[in-house]
Design a protein. Structure first.
Length: 175
């Protein structure tokens, strides 16, 4: 069985390869969209759990969160960005920056799915189980993007909101 931490970092490496091929501009738009989508899910979670989610099981809540987040990611990556790197150095720089941004996107994507599993108490016991205490995944729970940016499971999300504002400013100014 693969650990959640290994899956998260493996996805980050895979997205780094994709980012090197696509370029940093497309990856930056993807990062911003993922952060905005996750921010909305994170901020409105307690409100939704008190209203809409009352009628749903943890498995259904997880699937709903996963579908909403996946739709945001798909639409973010469907954008058309015209990249015109100048010469060989421009292509190399574009690939390296794209790899770095893609790595962040992969980490954020897999870490967000892991977060959704965690807050919904791993709703599919026949397929997935919570990390065993002392395992690599259990120790890696603190490295999920939601925990780092959101301030934990009961955090306010202030750092997440600040990160979104900075990324939006960068996207508006550069892209």
């Amino acid at each position: 069985m693969i650990s959640f931490a290994s899956l998260m970092w493996g996805t980050a490496i895979f997205f780094a390869l994709i980012g090197a091929l696509q370029g940093w501009q497309r990856q930056l738009i993807g990062t911003t969209a993922m952060l905005l989508g996750f921010f909305a899910i994170f901020q409105f979670d307690s409100l939704l759990r008190g209203t809409l989610y009352l009628l749903l099981t943890n498995g259904q809540i997880f699937l709903l969160q996963l579908c909403v987040f996946s739709a945001i990611v798909v639409f973010a990556y469907r954008n058309e960005v015209v990249i015109n790197p100048e010469g060989r150095i421009g292509r190399i720089r574009n690939g390296l920056l794209g790899a770095a941004a893609g790595c962040v996107n992969g980490y954020f994507l897999a870490g967000s799915v892991w977060y959704f599993l965690d807050i919904n108490r791993y709703p599919f016991p026949q397929l997935l189980s919570a990390p065993a205490e002392g395992s690599v995944s259990y120790l890696g729970l603190g490295s999920m993007p939601a925990i780092l940016l959101g301030g934990g499971l009961t955090g306010s999300g202030d750092l997440l909101a600040l990160t979104i504002l900075v990324l939006l400013a960068i996207v508006i100014l550069i892209v």
